[in-house]
Design a protein around this ligand. Sequence first.
Ligand code: BV8
Ligand code: ZN
Length: 248
Amino acid sequence: MIVAGVTEELRARFGKARRVAALTGAGISAESGVPTFRGGGGAAIWEWRGRPVSELSSAELLASDPVTVWEWFDHRRGLLRDLRPNAGHAALAGWEARFPDFLLATQNIDGLHAAAGSRKVVELHGSIRHGRCLRCARRVVLPDSLPELPPRCACASPLRPDVVLFGEMLPEGAFERAEAAASACELFFVVGTSALVYPAALLPRLARRAGACVIEVNPEETELTPVVDATILGRAGDVLPAFLTPGV
Ligand code: BV8
Ligand code: ZN
């Protein structure tokens, strides 16, 4: 079912639900000014210094040219510096207190869900605000400006971005936590994702198979649209708050 806004039926389901889970992607941060990865139809729009995201954010490039990967993430940290969460992030943060059982899994590495007050968040693809040491496993919050690239750990080893690159495993236990919530929830929201990246894109399908009502929020149809219960064609910042404000 494709609808232009929150229907009374969806709002009633929302009002009765106790176990809710959500998966977000780059689209929920779009209204905060964060560029998404793919435009309409999933065509990659991001490239930097003439190289596509799939190459810049790859395990291979980190191994062969860590300085370029650090420059790429430093560039993006700079873009994020003054950006703030939007009404979509705020709505999801508010839902945490509303539902006895709530979990938010995000593919985003921008930290905007935490900045909006969400606490029960699984960062499936890590965090651009952190570095990780391969030698002593320390995880550090990165300063706004890095003295050298790659930055160094207190143990003097080079840090890597604490981000899951293409071809890398997700953080230990992250997918499993999200998978458990998707399999146990009554209502699963999938917001602002083209659902092209795996294994994150499996979560809405797992939720549906386990019997949840899956609601997609996206201004465009995606690969998921044919397999979800409802697609609300709209922006996250408009649609998510409308679940709590009847008649909007
Ligand atoms: C792994 C961090 C296994 C880096 C990211 C072929 C088939 C299936 C899988 C694969 C395959 N080939 C390779 C794979 C695996 C690969 C993958 O899925 N590739 C895809 C591209 C085909 N996956 C991996 O490599 C994963 N690891 O599989 O490991 C393994 C097994 C054994 C041994 C080793 C490994 C790791 C994937 C994680 C990659 N890291 N991010 C970085 O950020 O640079 S993924 C990256 O894409 C971001 O995290 C991003 O969030 C994510 C997904 O993109 P979306 O969030 O969906 O963003 P997108 O722009 O695409 O869509 C935005 C949507 O928002 C649009 O629909 C738009 O309409 C909508 N929108 C716009 N405005 C709004 C809005 N919605 C609401 N409101 C608005 N206002
Ligand atoms: Zn170290």
